[in-house]
Design a protein around this ligand. Structure first.
Ligand code: SF4
Ligand code: SF4
Length: 223
């Protein structure tokens, strides 16, 4: 079987190609700067336009291969980062991997040292991959959206808050497989005891305990 993929930096162009129904793979530039409208000329599209594109890819079964995960290295240095705070490679990689639809990330490698550092990602502890620092840079207009970072863990009810939110967002976008995955979770949103731990921990002000009620009601009604 043969597959068709394309590469783009532009959500409107990508959406037109997805409209054909012929696409299996999309290569797209993704990093926190681009997604928060703080990038360069390759960071195209609004916060919501880009997030909707990634959800659409997952819903359509189009895998995303990520380019520019470090914003050309700018995010790794406080002097060059648009946020004026350095992020680590692992934070950027985890951020990209957590976007819906993303299958793989393809960072630039200048030599063996880069490659060795990047390969350490697989064994690195979760704290080194926690990218919730971007909550400090997120514009007010984009606050309130769960970015699936799981910085709010641990949940005393055992809910995987990031995953539940991702399945919910995808299900609302029409992804039947995501809805099915949600129904198979051992612990779902209706297990929430409303303790408020996630509300206090979430750097993105998602009002998560209220959102858990909304998610539980949505999936209950969809049964
Ligand atoms: S609720 Fe907040 S901290 Fe928890 S996964 Fe979502 S964005 Fe991250
Ligand atoms: S409010 Fe609900 S989802 Fe949030 S930490 Fe408490 S039990 Fe978990």
């Amino acid at each position: 079987m043969r597959r068709i993929g394309f590469s783009s930096h532009t959500p409107s162009v990508a959406n037109r190609l997805l409209d054909t129904g012929l696409i299996d793979l999309m290569m797209f530039s993704i990093n926190p700067a681009y997604d928060l409208e703080q990038g360069d000329e390759l960071g195209i599209g609004s916060v919501s336009e880009r997030a909707a594109l990634f959800r659409r890819c997952e819903t359509m079964g189009v895998g995303i291969s990520v380019m520019k995960p470090f914003h050309g290295g700018k995010l790794l240095n406080a002097r060059t980062s648009p946020f004026r705070v350095a992020m680590t490679r692992y934070q950027c990689l985890q951020y990209a991997l957590d976007r819906p639809g993303v299958l793989t990330v393809v960072p630039g490698v200048r030599g063996l040292e880069d490659l060795t550092a990047l390969l350490g990602f697989a064994a690195a502890p979760a704290e080194e991959k926690d990218y919730s620092v971007i909550g400090q840079f997120t514009p007010a207009a984009a606050m309130g959206n769960c970015v699936y970072c799981n910085h709010c863990q641990p949940c005393p009810a055992g809910i995987d808050v990031g995953l539940v939110n991702k399945y919910y967002d995808l299900a609302v976008a029409g992804d039947k497989m995501a809805a099915n995955h949600y129904q198979k979770l051992a612990v779902k949103a209706d297990a929430c005891i409303g303790c408020g731990h996630c509300d206090r921990r979430c750097p993105f002000h998602t009002a998560q305990s209220a959102r858990m009620k909304e998610i539980a009601a949505y999936f209950h009604a969809a049964k």
